[in-house]
Design a protein around this ligand. Structure first.
Ligand code: AP5
Ligand code: ZN
Length: 214
């Protein structure tokens, strides 16, 4: 099964993708994570995209499509969760083509619906385990009191450079301008399922699983 998690910054795409990985042996393909990895490993591409990402703008289609193409050539396990990809209509067309080329297709697009006011506190309160990537939130999912990650026991946590109100404004603008047309695109293809992303994390998870099991 191959699915897309669609939604604005802070909607909970990464949080829900990790739950599906644990539960269904699926592979999470987060273009945001891939780009951040390229930055830390100091590759040429990492240097090119760093400023763009920090500003909140979108990286070019060619770069992200190239990243996804590489991953689709590898292991498939229980299927792919596309997290933060596609983000433009050109990326959506490329994904269809790439999946077709490897004999796969898209099963569902889950749109996580969250109002804008909630996104600011979600983003500014977020931190991530530097070792395993588990996502925390100062209020809704605090780092355990002993200072250790509940998944891996790691003690280092990071905040993202683009998780500030200024970059978030640009990220939201990019979402409305370039990514939200995908909602209509997938609706027309009969693949779109809306989920209330404002609900508790476990409730969101139950809703998504209900859709995938239907
Ligand atoms: P990317 O890394 O994809 O960031 P994003 O889309 O802005 O999404 P986020 O990771 O911020 O949010 P999320 O929806 O995963 O929320 P999370 O689960 O963490 O992209 C970063 C940048 O890379 C882009 O700006 C762009 O420059 C570039 N890029 C990436 N992909 C690209 C592409 N395809 N094309 C072009 N450029 C690309 O949750 C957020 C917080 O809320 C957490 O603290 C979490 O604990 C909390 N939370 C989650 N769910 C709930 C809940 N139900 N209730 C309460 N709190 C919750
Ligand atoms: Zn961890």
């Amino acid at each position: 099964m191959n699915i897309i998690l669609l939604g604005p910054p802070g909607a909970g795409k990464g949080t829900q993708a990790r739950k599906l990985v644990d539960d269904r042996d699926m592979i999470q393909l987060s273009t945001g994570d891939m780009l951040r990895e390229a930055r830390t490993s100091g590759t040429e591409m990492g240097k090119i995209v760093a400023d763009v990402m920090d500003s909140g703008k979108l990286v070019t289609d060619d770069i992200v499509i190239g990243l996804i193409r590489e991953k689709l050539e590898g292991e498939k396990k229980g299927g792919f969760i596309f997290d933060g990809f596609p983000r433009t209509l050109a990326q959506a067309d490329a994904l269809e083509q790439l999946l077709g080329d490897c004999g796969e297709s898209l099963d569902a697009v889950i749109e996580l619906r969250v109002e804008e006011e909630a996104l600011v506190s979600r983003i500014t309160g977020r931190s991530t385990c530097a070792n395993c990537g588990e996502v925390y939130h100062d209020e809704t999912k605090p780092i355990p009191a002993d200072g250790k990650c509940s998944v891996c026991g790691g003690t280092e946590f990071k905040r993202r450079a683009d998780d500030n109100e200024e970059s978030l404004k640009t990220r939201l603008m990019e979402y409305y301008k370039q990514t939200s047309p995908l909602i209509g695109y997938y609706y027309a293809k009969g693949k779109l399922h809306g989920v209330d992303g404002l609900a508790e994390m476990d409730e969101v998870e139950t809703s998504i699983k209900g859709i995938l099991d239907a």
